[in-house]
Design a protein around this ligand. Structure first.
Ligand code: HEM
Ligand code: HEM
Length: 162
């Protein structure tokens, strides 16, 4: 990701990183089953169904979208630290690609969900489901990278985000 290099992530960048992780955990762990039920009812009636589950899932999803845009704005303004100099180039490029992918999915996934719910459309529902799996795959790669830094290279990179 093109950097405007900074010494470190700011406190706000760190808080937003972990807040988004917590919001995503809620989306996967709390709402998965019941959101499918609310969506089935939406498809049957042709009207978005608002209950506690669907309203919370939509609100959290829209918040994730807004926070992704805020983070990108902050990144453009205050920058981000450069990748560690001794990180092998292919892995550095992979990490950058994963960051770009994560930001893209954090924006596109809520938009696809909104389209599915408010149009309402089965196809967009399926796109949303695929998107949730793409996000899981990217987050898995990202966390694996963080673990390699922590336990293999033991370079303390994780402290950048704490
Ligand atoms: C970061 C944002 C979001 C995440 C991580 C997320 C995650 C998820 C997950 C894990 C499911 C369950 C998928 C499954 O059945 O396997 C789901 C279902 C669903 N979500 Fe989201 N969601 C997000 C935002 C939104 C938004 C903003 C909406 C707007 C209404 C939305 C609408 C839906 C709908 C309609 C379903 C049911 C889809 C189906 O069963 O085919 N989501 N979401
Ligand atoms: C235990 C889980 C996680 C750990 C330990 C972790 C750790 C980190 C660390 C250390 C960085 C800074 C990397 C660097 O400076 O080169 C970072 C950046 C980032 N993380 Fe995570 N992360 C985790 C989960 C997640 C998840 C689930 C997401 C999904 C949205 C995510 C999205 C990002 C993004 C987009 C960046 C790039 C920030 C930027 O430079 O603008 N992280 N993470």
């Amino acid at each position: 990701m093109s950097n405007h290099p900074a010494e470190a992530y700011t406190a706000l960048q760190k808080v937003l990183h972990w807040a988004v992780v917590a919001l995503l955990l809620a989306q996967y762990l709390v709402f998965e089953e019941e959101m499918g039920d609310a969506f089935d009812a939406t498809l049957q009636t042709g009207q978005p169904v608002f209950n506690l589950t669907s309203t919370a899932h939509i609100a959290i999803g829209v918040l994730v979208l807004v926070l992704a845009l805020v983070r990108l704005g902050l990144r453009a303004k205050v920058g981000a630290p450069e990748a560690p100099a001794d990180e092998p180039l292919p892995l550095r490029l992979l990490a950058q690609a994963v960051h770009i992918g994560l930001y893209a999915v954090l924006i596109l996934l809520p938009l696809g969900g909104l389209a599915a719910y408010f149009i309402p459309s089965e196809i967009f529902g399926e796109v949303h489901e695929v998107g949730t799996n793409v996000l899981l795959a990217l987050a898995g790669l990202h966390v694996a990278g963080a673990l390699v830094h922590q336990f293999w290279w033991k370079d303390g990179l994780i402290r950048r985000m704490i």
